[in-house]
Write a protein that binds this ligand. Structure first.
Ligand code: ATP
Ligand code: MG
Length: 451
C-alpha cells in the first residue's frame, strides 16, 4: 500500500526539504503553499496524512485542522510549529491533531510519527473494509447473526439453507461455543415453520424425572405435585420446531419416547392413556461423540439414525481461523455500541495474537474476550494490554513473558527456550540473537536441561 502525504507550509524550503525526505521514505507527496490550497487538495485527491504549518496565509493551520477533524476525522494531521509557539501546538492537539513537530524539523522523529499515524490509519481502513464486508454478507445471506466467510462455514450455511425448509431431522454437532444454537435458530427462521412456535429444550438443565414431563406433559395427579394437566414442549411446538439441546444427556426412557414421536408422530402425556399427535420438526445438538455413547450403550442407535437424517458439523474456530478477523470486527461493533465507546479497530499485534490463539472455548471465548477488551480499552484502538492474560500468554511469538517473582535463572531459561523456538531449533542463530557464544549456549542448554 503506497500512502500519499500532503505537506502544507508557506515556506518553500520546508516544503521541498520535507517532500524530498518523504519521497525517499517511499511515500507519494503532495504540497500546498497555503491552507486553502491544501484544503482543496484534500477534497479532490486521495490523501492519507497531512503535515501542516500553523501560521499560513488564506487559511491558517488551526482552521485547516478544524475542517479536517470535522469532515475527515480519521485523516491524521501532524502540526509543524516554530519555537515559542508550543502552546498553539498543544491547542492543536486538543483540536484533534495527531501530534506536532517543532522546527527545525527532526526528520527521524517526523518519519516515526508518520509511520505511527499511518499504521493507525491502515487499521482504521481495514476495520472499515471488514465492516463493509460484514454488511454485505448480512445482506447476501439470510441469517444475519451468523458471521463467517471461511469455506468451512460457507459449506455449513449452504447445507442449512438447503434443508431448512424440509422436515428432515437435523443433528448439529461441534465443540462447545462453536455456534450450534445459532445454526438451530437459522434452521427454524429460514423454514416455512417460522411463523409457528420454536421451542428450545436444554436437556442437560432438567433432572431426569422432570425432563419427561417437560417434553411430553402430564395428566393431573400423575405424580406428586402434578396438580393439573400440563402440556409438554412437544405439544407447544406443534407445527413448528423443537430444538433439543445437549441431546446426549437424555435417559433411556425419554429416548424411546422421542423415537416414537419420530416414527409415529405421537406420544402419551405422563400418566395419560390418550395418544397426542403432533407435527414437529426436530433439531438436536450435542458436543458429545454420540457414536461413542452408542457403543457404550448409553444412546440408542435407532434414535441416533432418526435424529441424524441430516448432519451439520460446525467446525472449531481453530479450524477456520479466516473467520477470526470478521468475527472480531462484528463483536467490536456490537460491544462498542453497547458500551457507548468509539473503538476504531484493533492493533496489528493484538490482532495477530487473536489469530494465533487456539480458542478452546471457540466463538463464545472470542466474544467474551472482545467484550472485556472493549470495556478495558482506554484509547480507541484495542491493544495487546487490553486482552485477557490467557490469550497474551497463550501465544505471543514476539514477546517473552517472565512472571514477577521469577529467579534470574528461570528468566534466562525462558528467554533461551523462546529464542530457540523462534529460531526453529537452530543453535547458531539462537546464539547470535542472544549475542553469546555457541559454547556458552551449549553449556546453558545443558545446565537448564533444555533442548
Ligand atoms: N458464526 C457466528 N457469528 C456470530 N456469533 C456467533 C457465531 N457462532 C457463535 N456465535 C456466538 O457465540 C456464542 C456461543 O454460541 P452458541 O451458544 O450457539 O454455541 P454452542 O455451540 O451452542 O455451544 P454449547 O455447546 O456450549 O452450547 C453465542 O453468543 C453466539 O451468539
Ligand atoms: Mg448451545
Amino acid at each position: 500500500m503506497k500512502f500519499t502525504i500532503l505537506i502544507v507550509d508557506d515556506e518553500k524550503n520546508i516544503r521541498s526539504g520535507l517532500a524530498k525526505a518523504l519521497e525517499l521514505d517511499g511515500y507519494d507527496v503532495l504540497t500546498a503553499e497555503d491552507g486553502m490550497t491544501g484544503w482543496n487538495l484534500i477534497n479532490n485527491k486521495h490523501v492519507d496524512a497531512v503535515i501542516a504549518d500553523l501560521k499560513m496565509p488564506r487559511l491558517s493551520g488551526e482552521e485547516l485542522l478544524k475542517r479536517i477533524s470535522s469532515a475527515y476525522p480519521t485523516l491524521p494531521v501532524i502540526i509543524l510549529t516554530g519555537h515559542g509557539t508550543i502552546e498553539s501546538a498543544v491547542a492543536a492537539m486538543r483540536d484533534g491533531a495527531f501530534d506536532f513537530v517543532t522546527k527545525p524539523v527532526n526528520l527521524d522523529r517526523l518519519s516515526l510519527l508518520i509511520r505511527r499515524a499511518l499504521s493507525n490509519r491502515e487499521l482504521y481502513l481495514e476495520h472499515a473494509a471488514l465492516k463493509e464486508e460484514m454488511e454485505l454478507l448480512k445482506k447476501k445471506q439470510k441469517f444475519g447473526r451468523i458471521v463467517g466467510r471461511s469455506n468451512r462455514m460457507k459449506q455449513v450455511m449452504d447445507v442449512v439453507e438447503q434443508v431448512a425448509n424440509t422436515k428432515a431431522s437435523v443433528l448439529i454437532t461441534g465443540e462447545s461455543g462453536v455456534g450450534k444454537e445459532l445454526i438451530a435458530d437459522a434452521l427454524h427462521d429460514l423454514s416455512s415453520r417460522s411463523k409457528h412456535p420454536y421451542v428450545k429444550v436444554h436437556c442437560a438443565a432438567l433432572s431426569e424425572s422432570l425432563l419427561e414431563s417437560e417434553l411430553f406433559g402430564h395428566e393431573k395427579g400423575s405424580f406428586t405435585g402434578a396438580a393439573s394437566r400440563k402440556r409438554g414442549r412437544f405439544e407447544l411446538a406443534d407445527k413448528g420446531t423443537i430444538f433439543l439441546d445437549e441431546i446426549g444427556e437424555i435417559n433411556a426412557q425419554v429416548q424411546i419416547k422421542i423415537l416414537r414421536v419420530l416414527q409415529e408422530r405421537n406420544f402419551e402425556r405422563v400418566g395419560g392413556e390418550n395418544s397426542v399427535s403432533v407435527d414437529v420438526r426436530i433439531v438436536s445438538a450435542t458436543n458429545r461423540d454420540l457414536k461413542e455413547e452408542i457403543s457404550s450403550g448409553r444412546f440408542r442407535e435407532d434414535l441416533f439414525y432418526r435424529l441424524n437424517v441430516v448432519h451439520v458439523h460446525v467446525p472449531a474456530l481453530r479450524e477456520r481461523k479466516e473467520d477470526i478477523p470478521l468475527l472480531t470486527t462484528a463483536f467490536l461493533k456490537e460491544f462498542s455500541e453497547e458500551n457507548g465507546k468509539q473503538i476504531q479497530g484493533i492493533s496489528h499485534r493484538a490482532s495477530s495474537l487473536l489469530y494465533n490463539y487456539s480458542w478452546p472455548g471457540n466463538i463464545r471465548e472470542l466474544r467474551n474476550c472482545i467484550e472485556s477488551a472493549v470495556v478495558l480499552c482506554r484509547t480507541d484502538v484495542i491493544e495487546i494490554e487490553d486482552l485477557p492474560v490467557a490469550i497474551r500468554q497463550g501465544n505471543d511469538d514476539e514477546q517473552i513473558l517472565v512472571p514477577l517473582g521469577s529467579s534470574l535463572e528461570e528468566a534466562q531459561k525462558k528467554i533461551i527456550q523462546a529464542t530457540l523456538n523462534y529460531c526453529k531449533g537452530n543453535k547458531s542463530r539462537t546464539a547470535e540473537v542472544l549475542e553469546i557464544g555457541r559454547k556458552t549456549l551449549h553449556r546453558k542448554l545443558q545446565d537448564y536441561s533444555l533442548d
